[in-house]
Design a protein around this ligand. Structure first.
Ligand SMILES: Nc1ncnc2c1ncn2[C@@H]1O[C@H](COP(=O)(O)OP(=O)(O)OP(=O)(O)O)[C@@H](O)[C@H]1O
Ligand SMILES: [Mg+2]
Length: 155
């Protein structure tokens, strides 16, 4: 599924809608260039889970956990693991935990990922600073169903 959004608020609103449909152990991979809007999307997702804390980029901490919402949110940014080191993070415990995991720059840790997830690629627009194309690609039945549900929420 492909969607064009006009600004950061629209990105967050989409994430908020998705959040309402999420279940424990759901995994979302956020792909896109620096400044594409991966953390912005995660802020919307957190809001949709009822997390009122300010979600900050975990670039230096790698993982931040939020336990104030309907489900725990595990927000990971593995940009700094381009050259390895992901084995030590204990990612599996997060993926198999009680919450929802969101991973920025997951392409850097292919061997640490489960086989099913929802990948969302955020593409910037050359002509417009605030426009983005969001490409949602489900891997596995759970995520195909999730996309069908999301489509119903959007129309
Ligand atoms: N349509 C949009 N969707 C998302 N962000 C947008 C949009 N339009 C403008 N922006 C702005 O672009 C910036 C995106 O920054 P953000 O930190 O979310 O990117 P990121 O993909 O997480 O980057 P990084 O790879 O450095 O972690 C924010 O300042 C946001 O307000
Ligand atoms: Mg980010």
């Amino acid at each position: 599924m492909k969607l064009v959004v006009k600004n950061a608020l629209e990105t967050q609103l989409l994430a908020e809608k998705l959040a309402k449909r999420l279940k424990p152990q759901d995994l979302i991979l956020l792909t896109g260039d620096l400044g594409a809007g991966k953390t912005t999307f995660t802020k919307g997702l957190a809001y949709g889970l009822g997390i009122m804390h300010n979600v900050k980029s975990p670039t230096f901490t790698l993982i931040r956990e939020y336990h104030q919402g309907r489900l725990p949110l595990y927000h990971m940014d593995v940009y700094r693991l381009e050259n390895g080191g992901a084995e030590d993070l204990g990612l599996e415990e997060y993926f198999n935990g009680d919450g929802v995991s969101v991973v920025e720059w997951a392409q850097f840790i292919p061997s640490e990922l489960p086989s099913t997830y929802l990948e969302i690629t955020i593409v910037k627009d050359n002509a417009n600073d605030e426009r983005r194309t969001l490409i949602l690609e489900p891997k596995g039945d759970r995520y195909e169903r999730l996309i069908e549900e999301l489509k119903q929420d959007i129309v």
